[in-house]
Design a binder for this molecule. Structure first.
Ligand code: MN
Length: 203
């Protein structure tokens, strides 16, 4: 298989009570696995795609053969988005941002509270399934939303952090209360990992 499901680096129950164990199990083992399986299906038809990273595929969708382009966009996006998602969370995470991302958030949004409010409001409004992302564009942080599993990488932008607002990410615990999930999610953010991604985004 060209691409593989990355293991979770913490237990399914480790993000309780913010994200419940049953959601984590389904989300990682079933939903993320399905994106990987479907992406590998596209690679079986066009083996040369397996020589690129999923990030490279998303950054240049025009070069992906047309018969599998939508499959790569949706499932490659699903693979990359979720791989980031597991990494930017951790047990006993949250708190105020640290390091360079903290300074940049202060410079661009006025402070963490204002940033969080804007991110949550913007992402709550994403109609249907999708993601809210933080990207670095023209020397400034910017909040963007994407439908489905679309990635900012396809716009030449590196996602620094992102939250999944597909119903599968929160419905078992939060039902239709997406804003409540968005507000709680900051309690599990791994700011060390976010800082690593910010350093990459600045390159
Ligand atoms: Mn998801």
């Amino acid at each position: 298989m060209a691409f593989e499901l990355p293991p979770l680096h913490y237990d399914y129950a480790a993000l309780e009570p913010t994200i419940d164990e049953a959601t984590m199990k389904l989300h990682h083992d079933k939903h993320h696995q399905a994106y990987v399986t479907n992406l590998n299906g596209a690679v079986e038809k066009h083996p040369e795609l397996g020589k690129k990273t999923p990030e490279e595929l998303l950054a240049d969708l025009a070069s992906v053969p047309e018969d599998v382009r939508a499959t790569v966009r949706n499932n490659g996006g699903g693979h990359v988005n979720h791989t980031m998602f597991w990494q930017i969370m951790k047990p006993n995470g949250g708190g105020d941002p640290s390091g360079e991302i903290a300074a940049q958030i202060k410079a661009d949004f006025g402070g963490f509270a204002d940033f969080k409010k804007l991110f949550n409001e913007t992402t709550a409004k994403q109609f249907g399934s999708g993601w809210g992302f933080l990207v670095f564009k023209g020397g400034k942080l910017e909040i963007v939303t994407k439908p489905n599993q679309d990635s900012p990488l396809s716009d030449g932008l590196y996602p620094i952090l992102g939250n999944d607002v597909w119903e599968h990410a929160y419905y078992l615990k939060y039902q239709n209360r997406r804003p409540e999930y968005l507000a709680a999610w900051w309690d599990v953010v791994n700011w060390d990992e976010v800082n690593k991604r910010f350093a990459h985004a600045k390159k």
